[in-house]
Design a protein around this ligand. Structure first.
Ligand code: AMP
Ligand code: MG
Length: 344
Protein backbone atom coordinates (compact mmCIF):
# COMPACT_ATOMS: atom_id res chain seq x y z
CA UNK A 1 0.00 0.00 0.00
CA UNK A 2 1.23 3.52 -0.78
CA UNK A 3 0.39 6.86 0.84
CA UNK A 4 0.60 10.03 -1.24
CA UNK A 5 0.44 13.70 -0.23
CA UNK A 6 -1.38 15.75 -2.87
CA UNK A 7 -1.10 19.53 -3.35
CA UNK A 8 -3.39 21.66 -5.53
CA UNK A 9 -3.05 25.39 -6.27
CA UNK A 10 -3.77 25.89 -9.98
CA UNK A 11 -6.67 28.31 -9.70
CA UNK A 12 -8.49 29.76 -6.68
CA UNK A 13 -8.58 26.68 -4.46
CA UNK A 14 -5.69 25.89 -2.10
CA UNK A 15 -5.80 22.22 -1.16
CA UNK A 16 -3.84 19.39 0.47
CA UNK A 17 -4.84 15.75 0.86
CA UNK A 18 -3.51 12.37 1.92
CA UNK A 19 -4.75 9.40 -0.06
CA UNK A 20 -3.77 5.72 -0.02
CA UNK A 21 -3.63 3.24 -2.86
CA UNK A 22 -6.53 1.50 -1.06
CA UNK A 23 -8.69 4.53 -1.96
CA UNK A 24 -8.74 5.76 1.59
CA UNK A 25 -8.81 9.55 1.94
CA UNK A 26 -7.03 10.10 5.26
CA UNK A 27 -7.26 13.89 5.05
CA UNK A 28 -8.71 16.38 2.64
CA UNK A 29 -8.21 20.10 3.26
CA UNK A 30 -9.46 22.90 1.08
CA UNK A 31 -9.39 26.68 1.40
CA UNK A 32 -11.35 28.63 -1.20
CA UNK A 33 -10.66 32.25 -2.08
CA UNK A 34 -14.14 33.32 -3.19
CA UNK A 35 -14.26 36.34 -0.89
CA UNK A 36 -10.93 37.67 -2.17
CA UNK A 37 -11.98 37.47 -5.82
CA UNK A 38 -15.70 38.30 -5.56
CA UNK A 39 -15.21 42.11 -5.76
CA UNK A 40 -13.57 41.62 -9.20
CA UNK A 41 -16.19 39.25 -10.61
CA UNK A 42 -13.58 36.60 -11.36
CA UNK A 43 -10.24 35.13 -10.30
CA UNK A 44 -7.38 37.67 -10.16
CA UNK A 45 -4.15 35.65 -10.75
CA UNK A 46 -1.88 37.81 -8.56
CA UNK A 47 -4.31 37.72 -5.62
CA UNK A 48 -4.67 33.96 -6.06
CA UNK A 49 -0.91 33.36 -6.01
CA UNK A 50 -0.44 35.42 -2.84
CA UNK A 51 -3.31 33.63 -1.11
CA UNK A 52 -1.87 30.20 -2.01
CA UNK A 53 1.52 31.28 -0.62
CA UNK A 54 -0.08 32.29 2.69
CA UNK A 55 -2.40 29.32 3.13
CA UNK A 56 -0.68 26.28 1.64
CA UNK A 57 2.00 25.43 4.21
CA UNK A 58 -0.30 25.52 7.26
CA UNK A 59 -2.92 23.60 5.26
CA UNK A 60 -0.46 20.77 4.53
CA UNK A 61 0.46 20.66 8.24
CA UNK A 62 -3.26 20.41 9.11
CA UNK A 63 -3.75 17.61 6.58
CA UNK A 64 -0.84 15.60 8.02
CA UNK A 65 -2.14 16.15 11.55
CA UNK A 66 -5.70 15.14 10.64
CA UNK A 67 -4.37 11.95 9.06
CA UNK A 68 -2.11 11.31 12.04
CA UNK A 69 0.85 11.01 9.67
CA UNK A 70 4.22 12.67 9.19
CA UNK A 71 6.23 13.20 6.02
CA UNK A 72 8.16 10.05 6.95
CA UNK A 73 4.99 7.99 6.39
CA UNK A 74 4.39 9.43 2.92
CA UNK A 75 5.67 7.53 -0.13
CA UNK A 76 5.67 10.46 -2.55
CA UNK A 77 4.60 14.08 -2.88
CA UNK A 78 2.28 14.85 -5.77
CA UNK A 79 1.82 18.51 -6.71
CA UNK A 80 -0.13 20.09 -9.55
CA UNK A 81 2.50 21.36 -12.01
CA UNK A 82 0.06 22.81 -14.57
CA UNK A 83 -1.98 23.79 -16.45
CA UNK A 84 -3.38 26.79 -14.63
CA UNK A 85 -2.60 30.27 -13.37
CA UNK A 86 1.17 30.08 -13.33
CA UNK A 87 1.80 32.05 -10.11
CA UNK A 88 -0.39 29.70 -8.10
CA UNK A 89 0.94 26.58 -9.81
CA UNK A 90 4.50 27.66 -8.93
CA UNK A 91 3.58 28.11 -5.25
CA UNK A 92 2.24 24.53 -5.04
CA UNK A 93 4.97 22.93 -7.13
CA UNK A 94 7.83 24.68 -5.30
CA UNK A 95 6.28 23.68 -1.96
CA UNK A 96 6.06 20.10 -3.21
CA UNK A 97 9.70 20.20 -4.33
CA UNK A 98 10.83 21.58 -0.96
CA UNK A 99 8.98 18.84 0.93
CA UNK A 100 10.35 16.20 -1.43
CA UNK A 101 13.88 17.47 -1.00
CA UNK A 102 13.60 17.75 2.80
CA UNK A 103 12.07 14.29 3.20
CA UNK A 104 14.00 12.50 0.46
CA UNK A 105 10.69 11.28 -1.02
CA UNK A 106 10.01 11.38 -4.76
CA UNK A 107 8.18 14.28 -6.39
CA UNK A 108 5.32 13.54 -8.75
CA UNK A 109 4.46 16.52 -10.99
CA UNK A 110 0.77 16.07 -11.75
CA UNK A 111 -1.12 17.45 -14.71
CA UNK A 112 -4.23 18.99 -13.11
CA UNK A 113 -6.34 17.65 -15.97
CA UNK A 114 -5.03 14.15 -15.28
CA UNK A 115 -6.22 14.69 -11.70
CA UNK A 116 -9.73 15.33 -13.00
CA UNK A 117 -9.49 12.52 -15.55
CA UNK A 118 -8.48 9.83 -13.03
CA UNK A 119 -10.60 11.09 -10.10
CA UNK A 120 -13.58 8.81 -10.90
CA UNK A 121 -11.30 5.81 -10.25
CA UNK A 122 -10.73 7.06 -6.71
CA UNK A 123 -14.41 6.50 -5.93
CA UNK A 124 -15.16 3.65 -8.32
CA UNK A 125 -12.74 0.72 -8.03
CA UNK A 126 -14.51 -1.03 -10.91
CA UNK A 127 -13.93 1.76 -13.40
CA UNK A 128 -11.54 0.19 -15.91
CA UNK A 129 -9.72 1.78 -18.86
CA UNK A 130 -10.71 2.83 -21.44
CA UNK A 131 -13.54 5.20 -20.58
CA UNK A 132 -15.05 8.29 -22.12
CA UNK A 133 -14.60 11.47 -20.11
CA UNK A 134 -16.60 14.67 -20.37
CA UNK A 135 -14.44 17.30 -18.68
CA UNK A 136 -16.46 20.44 -18.06
CA UNK A 137 -14.90 23.08 -15.82
CA UNK A 138 -14.22 26.79 -15.55
CA UNK A 139 -11.17 26.49 -17.79
CA UNK A 140 -11.85 23.43 -19.94
CA UNK A 141 -14.49 21.76 -22.05
CA UNK A 142 -13.20 18.54 -23.53
CA UNK A 143 -14.21 15.02 -24.41
CA UNK A 144 -11.36 12.58 -23.83
CA UNK A 145 -10.86 8.87 -24.24
CA UNK A 146 -8.96 7.84 -21.12
CA UNK A 147 -6.94 4.83 -22.17
CA UNK A 148 -4.59 4.50 -19.20
CA UNK A 149 -2.41 6.51 -16.83
CA UNK A 150 -0.74 9.13 -19.00
CA UNK A 151 -2.65 7.92 -22.05
CA UNK A 152 -5.35 10.28 -23.25
CA UNK A 153 -6.92 10.86 -26.63
CA UNK A 154 -8.64 14.23 -26.94
CA UNK A 155 -11.72 13.88 -29.11
CA UNK A 156 -13.10 17.39 -28.73
CA UNK A 157 -12.26 20.69 -27.10
CA UNK A 158 -13.63 24.22 -27.11
CA UNK A 159 -12.52 26.64 -29.80
CA UNK A 160 -13.24 29.61 -27.51
CA UNK A 161 -14.83 29.63 -24.03
CA UNK A 162 -15.11 26.74 -21.58
CA UNK A 163 -18.59 25.63 -20.44
CA UNK A 164 -18.12 26.96 -16.90
CA UNK A 165 -16.82 30.23 -18.30
CA UNK A 166 -20.06 30.58 -20.28
CA UNK A 167 -22.07 30.04 -17.08
CA UNK A 168 -19.89 32.55 -15.20
CA UNK A 169 -20.20 35.16 -17.95
CA UNK A 170 -23.97 34.70 -18.16
CA UNK A 171 -24.12 35.25 -14.40
CA UNK A 172 -22.05 38.40 -14.74
CA UNK A 173 -24.28 39.74 -17.54
CA UNK A 174 -27.38 39.05 -15.43
CA UNK A 175 -25.75 40.67 -12.38
CA UNK A 176 -25.81 37.45 -10.34
CA UNK A 177 -22.21 37.70 -9.08
CA UNK A 178 -19.38 35.18 -8.87
CA UNK A 179 -19.09 32.20 -9.01
CA UNK A 180 -21.90 32.17 -11.48
CA UNK A 181 -22.68 28.56 -12.36
CA UNK A 182 -24.78 27.64 -9.32
CA UNK A 183 -26.58 31.02 -9.43
CA UNK A 184 -27.52 30.64 -13.08
CA UNK A 185 -28.82 27.14 -12.34
CA UNK A 186 -30.88 28.41 -9.38
CA UNK A 187 -32.38 31.28 -11.38
CA UNK A 188 -33.05 29.03 -14.38
CA UNK A 189 -35.43 26.94 -12.23
CA UNK A 190 -37.85 29.86 -12.25
CA UNK A 191 -37.61 30.54 -15.97
CA UNK A 192 -38.85 29.16 -19.29
CA UNK A 193 -36.07 27.44 -21.30
CA UNK A 194 -37.95 28.13 -24.54
CA UNK A 195 -38.65 31.83 -23.92
CA UNK A 196 -35.48 33.29 -25.43
CA UNK A 197 -34.25 32.12 -28.84
CA UNK A 198 -30.53 31.48 -28.44
CA UNK A 199 -28.01 29.86 -30.84
CA UNK A 200 -26.44 26.42 -30.37
CA UNK A 201 -22.93 27.08 -31.78
CA UNK A 202 -21.33 24.23 -33.80
CA UNK A 203 -24.31 21.92 -33.23
CA UNK A 204 -24.41 19.27 -36.00
CA UNK A 205 -21.11 20.59 -37.36
CA UNK A 206 -18.66 18.15 -38.97
CA UNK A 207 -15.81 19.18 -36.67
CA UNK A 208 -16.06 17.63 -33.21
CA UNK A 209 -15.48 20.73 -31.10
CA UNK A 210 -17.44 23.02 -28.77
CA UNK A 211 -18.00 26.77 -28.97
CA UNK A 212 -19.71 29.00 -26.43
CA UNK A 213 -18.61 32.55 -27.41
CA UNK A 214 -21.55 33.13 -29.78
CA UNK A 215 -23.99 31.92 -27.14
CA UNK A 216 -22.55 34.38 -24.65
CA UNK A 217 -22.88 37.27 -27.15
CA UNK A 218 -26.49 36.28 -27.77
CA UNK A 219 -27.12 36.36 -24.01
CA UNK A 220 -25.68 39.89 -23.92
CA UNK A 221 -28.02 40.98 -26.75
CA UNK A 222 -31.06 39.31 -25.18
CA UNK A 223 -30.33 41.05 -21.88
CA UNK A 224 -29.71 44.45 -23.49
CA UNK A 225 -32.93 44.25 -25.51
CA UNK A 226 -34.87 44.52 -22.26
CA UNK A 227 -37.48 42.19 -23.76
CA UNK A 228 -36.81 39.19 -21.52
CA UNK A 229 -37.00 38.31 -17.85
CA UNK A 230 -33.58 37.34 -16.34
CA UNK A 231 -34.97 33.95 -15.25
CA UNK A 232 -36.01 33.22 -18.85
CA UNK A 233 -32.57 34.21 -20.13
CA UNK A 234 -30.92 31.96 -17.51
CA UNK A 235 -33.19 29.00 -18.33
CA UNK A 236 -32.80 29.46 -22.09
CA UNK A 237 -29.02 29.80 -21.79
CA UNK A 238 -28.78 26.66 -19.66
CA UNK A 239 -30.91 24.71 -22.14
CA UNK A 240 -28.69 25.88 -25.01
CA UNK A 241 -25.59 24.79 -23.09
CA UNK A 242 -27.13 21.37 -22.36
CA UNK A 243 -28.06 20.97 -26.06
CA UNK A 244 -24.52 21.86 -27.20
CA UNK A 245 -22.90 19.44 -24.75
CA UNK A 246 -25.33 16.64 -25.71
CA UNK A 247 -24.84 17.09 -29.46
CA UNK A 248 -21.03 17.01 -29.27
CA UNK A 249 -21.02 14.07 -26.86
CA UNK A 250 -23.37 12.06 -29.06
CA UNK A 251 -21.12 12.75 -32.04
CA UNK A 252 -18.04 11.60 -30.11
CA UNK A 253 -19.79 8.40 -28.99
CA UNK A 254 -21.03 7.65 -32.50
CA UNK A 255 -17.62 8.13 -34.10
CA UNK A 256 -15.34 6.45 -31.57
CA UNK A 257 -14.49 2.89 -30.66
CA UNK A 258 -16.92 1.84 -28.00
CA UNK A 259 -16.26 2.63 -24.35
CA UNK A 260 -18.31 0.81 -21.73
CA UNK A 261 -18.29 3.75 -19.36
CA UNK A 262 -19.10 7.47 -19.52
CA UNK A 263 -17.62 9.67 -16.82
CA UNK A 264 -17.98 13.35 -16.00
CA UNK A 265 -15.51 15.57 -14.15
CA UNK A 266 -15.05 19.30 -13.53
CA UNK A 267 -17.06 21.87 -11.61
CA UNK A 268 -19.86 22.14 -14.17
CA UNK A 269 -20.74 18.51 -13.39
CA UNK A 270 -22.55 19.99 -10.38
CA UNK A 271 -25.27 21.21 -12.75
CA UNK A 272 -28.32 18.96 -12.42
CA UNK A 273 -29.75 19.37 -15.96
CA UNK A 274 -26.27 18.62 -17.37
CA UNK A 275 -25.90 15.54 -15.16
CA UNK A 276 -29.37 14.35 -16.13
CA UNK A 277 -28.55 14.76 -19.82
CA UNK A 278 -25.28 12.82 -19.41
CA UNK A 279 -27.12 10.01 -17.65
CA UNK A 280 -29.66 9.89 -20.49
CA UNK A 281 -26.97 9.81 -23.17
CA UNK A 282 -25.14 7.03 -21.32
CA UNK A 283 -28.34 5.01 -21.01
CA UNK A 284 -29.28 5.52 -24.67
CA UNK A 285 -25.83 4.25 -25.66
CA UNK A 286 -25.77 1.33 -23.28
CA UNK A 287 -22.94 2.80 -21.24
CA UNK A 288 -22.47 2.86 -17.48
CA UNK A 289 -22.26 6.35 -15.99
CA UNK A 290 -20.07 7.61 -13.14
CA UNK A 291 -20.33 11.10 -11.71
CA UNK A 292 -17.93 11.57 -8.81
CA UNK A 293 -19.39 13.36 -5.78
CA UNK A 294 -19.60 17.11 -6.07
CA UNK A 295 -16.58 17.86 -3.86
CA UNK A 296 -14.42 15.66 -6.08
CA UNK A 297 -15.61 17.34 -9.30
CA UNK A 298 -14.42 20.81 -8.37
CA UNK A 299 -10.73 21.49 -7.81
CA UNK A 300 -9.33 19.56 -4.85
CA UNK A 301 -6.13 17.85 -3.73
CA UNK A 302 -7.56 14.34 -3.27
CA UNK A 303 -7.69 13.95 -7.05
CA UNK A 304 -4.06 15.16 -7.30
CA UNK A 305 -3.00 12.69 -4.59
CA UNK A 306 -4.92 9.94 -6.41
CA UNK A 307 -3.20 10.78 -9.72
CA UNK A 308 -0.01 10.52 -7.63
CA UNK A 309 -1.08 7.06 -6.41
CA UNK A 310 -1.67 5.91 -9.99
CA UNK A 311 1.63 7.37 -11.25
CA UNK A 312 3.57 6.02 -8.27
CA UNK A 313 2.15 2.55 -8.93
CA UNK A 314 3.32 2.89 -12.53
CA UNK A 315 6.85 3.72 -11.30
CA UNK A 316 6.63 7.34 -12.44
CA UNK A 317 8.23 10.29 -10.64
CA UNK A 318 9.77 13.58 -11.71
CA UNK A 319 13.06 15.46 -11.22
CA UNK A 320 13.20 18.38 -8.79
CA UNK A 321 13.92 20.78 -11.65
CA UNK A 322 10.54 20.07 -13.27
CA UNK A 323 9.23 23.38 -14.63
CA UNK A 324 5.64 24.52 -13.99
CA UNK A 325 3.56 24.65 -17.17
CA UNK A 326 0.80 27.25 -17.71
CA UNK A 327 -0.41 25.09 -20.63
CA UNK A 328 -0.16 21.34 -20.62
CA UNK A 329 -2.52 19.41 -22.89
CA UNK A 330 -3.34 15.85 -21.83
CA UNK A 331 -3.07 14.74 -25.42
CA UNK A 332 -0.06 16.48 -26.97
CA UNK A 333 -0.75 14.81 -30.31
CA UNK A 334 -4.21 16.38 -30.66
CA UNK A 335 -4.51 18.81 -33.54
CA UNK A 336 -5.05 22.42 -32.57
CA UNK A 337 -8.71 23.29 -32.75
CA UNK A 338 -9.76 26.26 -34.86
CA UNK A 339 -9.25 29.42 -32.78
CA UNK A 340 -7.09 27.49 -30.35
CA UNK A 341 -4.52 30.28 -30.24
CA UNK A 342 -6.80 31.88 -27.70
CA UNK A 343 -7.99 29.11 -25.41
CA UNK A 344 -7.58 25.43 -25.99
P1 AMP B 1 -13.66 24.07 -11.79
O1 AMP B 1 -13.08 24.92 -12.87
O2 AMP B 1 -13.60 22.63 -12.05
O3 AMP B 1 -13.15 24.44 -10.42
O4 AMP B 1 -15.22 24.41 -11.70
C1 AMP B 1 -15.69 25.72 -11.53
C2 AMP B 1 -16.66 26.05 -12.65
O5 AMP B 1 -17.85 25.25 -12.50
C3 AMP B 1 -17.10 27.50 -12.61
O6 AMP B 1 -17.08 28.02 -13.92
C4 AMP B 1 -18.54 27.39 -12.07
O7 AMP B 1 -19.37 28.44 -12.50
C5 AMP B 1 -18.98 26.07 -12.65
N1 AMP B 1 -20.12 25.53 -11.90
C6 AMP B 1 -20.15 25.18 -10.59
N2 AMP B 1 -21.40 24.79 -10.23
C7 AMP B 1 -22.17 24.88 -11.35
C8 AMP B 1 -23.54 24.62 -11.64
N3 AMP B 1 -24.38 24.20 -10.70
N4 AMP B 1 -23.97 24.83 -12.90
C9 AMP B 1 -23.12 25.26 -13.87
N5 AMP B 1 -21.83 25.54 -13.65
C10 AMP B 1 -21.34 25.35 -12.41
MG1 MG C 1 -10.08 22.19 -12.40
Amino acid sequence: MSLILGIESSCDETAAALVTSDREILAHKLAGQEAEHAPYGGVVPEIAARAHAEILTPLIAEALEEAGKSLDDVDAIAATAGPGLIGGVMVGLVTGKALAMASGKPLIAVNHLEGHALSPRLVNADLAFPYLLMLVSGGHCQILRVEGVGQYRRLATTIDDAAGEAFDKTAKILGLGYPGGPRVEALAKKGDPKAVPLPRPLIKSAEPHFSFAGLKSAVVRAHQSGAHRPEDIAASFQQAAVDCLRDRLEKAIAEQERCAHLVVAGGVAANTPIRTMLEEVAQENDMAFTAPPQWLCTDNAAMIAWAGVERFAAGLSDPLDFVAKPRWPLDPTAEKARGAGVKA
